[in-house]
Design a protein around this ligand. Structure first.
Ligand SMILES: Nc1ncnc2c1ncn2[C@@H]1O[C@H](COP(=O)(O)OP(=O)(O)OP(=O)(O)O)[C@@H](O)[C@H]1O
Length: 421
């Protein structure tokens, strides 16, 4: 049976103020080539740092070849695991060959003298990664792509059993990217080296990986073969945008792409959306609706609300009311005018209290005027009114034809369907 190279058992981990990984469990078997994918900030680098014992789990356990990674001595760990980070900060003026020789330090000790084997491994790694010509240059003076190749050379010189690469091919030109991937695939096939590659190039990764781990907000949303994970509905949800997956009829390779058609088509849509928000819940809606090409209006908002500030910065017309005072008739009339001019009304994930319940009345009026009304789902968790008035209101709105939305991607699709067909 294949040995488990890397195993996360119910691992939660993160930084002082912020828990990032939430009860993550998965296994990478020895000899597998796995791509770790997921949107910016979902926790891929944090996962690698936890695997490399640079971060201690808050709970759960990380095992490297069956041993708790926290209990493995650093020198032994270096013989098992090499990490090519996103970026290396070299504090001192090291030359390229000195940096690559660092990969050997754990096996010879800080004060040890490099043996001829060490020199051979360093030389070979530099040849493989095409950095031999840079050997006497200072690392800090290299380009981003050259630095990435040197970092890989250092890890290759380390001769670990598993290599983890954190977007380490992102700066490489197409030629060097192919070469580095070829090196990784050769090591994987010929030496059964286990590879865990953080990648944003889903198409490329699909062609070279045995399996994908798809992360979403600190959890593993799905693990499986590329075909199992590259599923348009799942990807569109996790990346919160429209993605398509096609299979090349000749090679059988999967290709993931954003909707280029809709990008090319994108122009002013001549449709307007009124957003009812508050407390910062409107900012992402404003951003996405403007990018999609809608005219946006918003309100009623409290004058000091962060959404009011964002709307001002984005030139979005808003109806404002003084803070700490009930919404007055003038503001309500102004908002109603905006709603009458809008094609749709979107309610954000704003919490409701007695002070802003009037916004739900505005939505009700919008429905009466035949507007499309889209309501963020889960109002029950955001209802701070007495007697759950907002929940009752939302139920009434739904009975009158309001639609629910769960993600901005879904909201954009619903608007498209309601307003453009
Ligand atoms: N040193 C740190 N201290 C506090 N928070 C951090 C630290 N490093 C990362 N984070 C936060 O942890 C979350 C996950 O970050 P991480 O770098 O793991 O994401 P990622 O999936 O690798 O993203 P990307 O695709 O952008 O590289 C982010 O919200 C990030 O801001």
């Amino acid at each position: 049976m294949e040995q488990e190279a890397l195993t996360f058992r119910n691992v939660s981990a993160g930084y002082k103020q912020r828990r990032v990984l939430d009860n993550v469990s998965f296994t990478v078997k020895e000899g597998e080539f796995v791509s770790l994918i997921g949107p910016n900030g979902c926790g891929k680098s944090t996962l690698l740092k936890t695997a490399a014992a640079l971060l201690k789990p808050l709970s759960g356990k990380v095992e490297l070849f069956g041993q708790d990674v926290q209990h493995i001595k650093p020198a032994v760990r270096a013989s098992l695991l090499g990490v090519v980070p996103q970026k290396i900060d070299s504090p001192m003026a090291f030359t390229v060959s000195q940096i690559v020789m660092n990969g050997r330090i754990s096996s010879m000790g800080w004060w040890g003298t490099p043996s001829s084997l060490d020199h051979d491994l360093v030389e070979r790694s530099m040849i493989y990664t095409d950095v031999l010509g840079l050997r006497d240059r200072f690392f800090t003076e290299l380009s981003g792509g050259e630095q990435q190749r040197v970092a890989l050379a250092m890890v290759l010189a380390q001769e670990p059993k598993i290599i983890m690469l954190d977007e380490s091919i992102s700066h490489l030109d197409i030629n060097h990217r192919q070469e580095v991937l070829q090196i990784l695939m050769n090591l994987n096939r010929e030496k059964r080296m286990t590879i865990l590659l953080v990648s944003h190039d889903l198409t490329l990764s699909a062609g070279i990986s045995d399996r994908f781990l798809l992360m979403e907000a600190g959890t593993v949303a799905k693990a499986g073969t590329p075909a199992e994970v590259l599923e348009p509905a799942l990807l569109s949800r996790v990346y919160d945008c429209d993605l398509t997956v096609q299979q090349d009829p000749y090679t059988g390779y999967l290709q993931v792409s954003g909707a280029i058609d809709s990008l090319r088509r994108r122009r002013k849509l001549e449709r307007s959306v009124h957003v009812i928000a508050g407390g910062g819940s409107g900012i992402e809606l404003y951003r996405r609706l403007l990018i999609e090409g809608y005219e946006v209006t918003s309100g009623v908002l409290n004058r000091l609300d962060s959404d009011a500030e964002a709307a001002r910065a984005l030139n979005i017309p808003v109806v404002l009311e003084q803070p700490f005072s009930p919404v007055g008739a003038a503001a309500i009339a102004k908002a109603m005018e905006m709603i009458t001019n809008a094609d749709a009304v979107v309610l954000s994930q704003v919490p409701f209290g007695s002070g802003n319940l009037v916004n739900l009345q505005l939505a009700e009026e919008a429905l009466k005027r035949g507007k499309t009304v889209l309501l963020a789902a889960g109002i029950g968790e955001r209802d701070y009114t007495e007697g759950k008035a907002a929940v009752d209101f939302a139920a009434r709105l739904k009975r009158s034809g309001a639609l629910n939305w769960h993600s901005i991607h879904e909201l954009v699709a619903q608007l498209q369907q309601q307003l453009h067909h």
